[in-house]
Design a protein around this ligand. Sequence first.
Ligand SMILES: Cc1cc2nc3c(=O)[nH]c(=O)nc-3n(C[C@H](O)[C@H](O)[C@H](O)COP(=O)(O)OP(=O)(O)OC[C@H]3O[C@@H](n4cnc5c(N)ncnc54)[C@H](O)[C@@H]3O)c2cc1C
Length: 384
Amino acid sequence: MGGGLIGGTIALRLAQQQLRVALLDGQTPGREASWAAAGMLSPAPDSPEAIPLVPFGRASLALYPEFIAELEEITGRRTGYRREGTIEVLFSPEAERELSTLIALHRGLGLSAEPLPVDEAHKLEPALGREARATALLPDEASLDNRALTGAVLAAAAAAGVVLLANTKVTRLLREGSLCTGVVAQGETIAAGHVVLAAGAFSGGIEGVAPAAGVRPVRGQMVAMSNSAARLRRVLRSDRGYAVPRDDATPQRLVAGSTLEDAGFDKRVTPRGLEQIFSAVQELAPGLAAAEVVETWSGLRPDTPDHLPLLGPGELDGLTFATGHYRNGILLTPITAKLVREWVTERRVSLDWERFSPLRFAAVQPQEPQPSLKRDKGTFSART
Ligand SMILES: Cc1cc2nc3c(=O)[nH]c(=O)nc-3n(C[C@H](O)[C@H](O)[C@H](O)COP(=O)(O)OP(=O)(O)OC[C@H]3O[C@@H](n4cnc5c(N)ncnc54)[C@H](O)[C@@H]3O)c2cc1C
């Protein structure tokens, strides 16, 4: 259920095990969060609650080179995968102290991070703003074109025999006692030996999922620009926003974001949202003020009460959760698909995913969501 990057990659992995797989999507597959994202592959935690996710993020980042090579070989499509690293930029008067915390936190979590004198950062990225007070290089971070990646995954899944059913919205699960036996979609019954929930921010809307999926949408607005003046090689990121280069062409394509908004399923782009993005981006790279805005859009991150994903079995046999990836679903796709494939075919997983069990919310009352942070990625310690 759900033909985004998560559901598409799981379907691919299961079909490669000779299973008969149908991928059901309520609309055209791959047009929700997986289409809307910035495509940063950053395992750095952006809040204290995200620390349990770091080993998963690292494992997933490590799977990426092979995943991309495999997709490019199967489909002949490029995915814009770039392993150029990220420069984290600090602007506050406390920047030097924040930099030490950031470096220590990264290293403590097994993530590479190097303090970068600001003049060195300007040599690496001449477009970087003069107001930067401290910078760190995160050399292992990567980025990609998530729209291209999602398209490649869906093409590879189809080539592996997955039946893609567009405009096939699942309304409820079929169950016999504690066993999930299939789904009802568009009024039709589809029997299945195993069902995977990968409906992103919409995962809470399917009747019969147990425990109820507790996923809620968090809107993020985005901007795409075409830019000749302020070329970037790496991702530039501050605690207010980011700019992600998509290519090395002239003019260069890049995307910038984002907002974190509680707006239900409303995907409007607003002046306030754009203003927030433009101001963050111009602080990072003032030359971008002259870039051409070529597209604006927004997407819905699948958030959960503790901002961690829902992975693994729930209360029903034959139903596996793979949702709630919030701000990290692009990064976490390869590891999620690997573990779900292992679980469905072998009933074991090679990385402990108990911490992300959907059952952690089964016994408690629904929690109020934690206050939103300001951006997609970044290191919370830089602000504490
Ligand atoms: C602005 C923004 C920036 C982001 N930046 C990053 C980033 O830089 N790095 C990163 O790692 N992550 C990022 N994310 C998060 C990432 O995009 C998501 O975590 C990820 O795409 C979730 O993938 P998914 O396949 O679970 O969900 P989706 O891509 O939303 O796919 C869910 C699919 O399920 C379908 N569906 C829904 N309901 C039903 C139903 N009832 N029946 C059938 N189908 C259904 C939908 O049509 C959709 O195709 C960002 C997200 C946003 C919005």
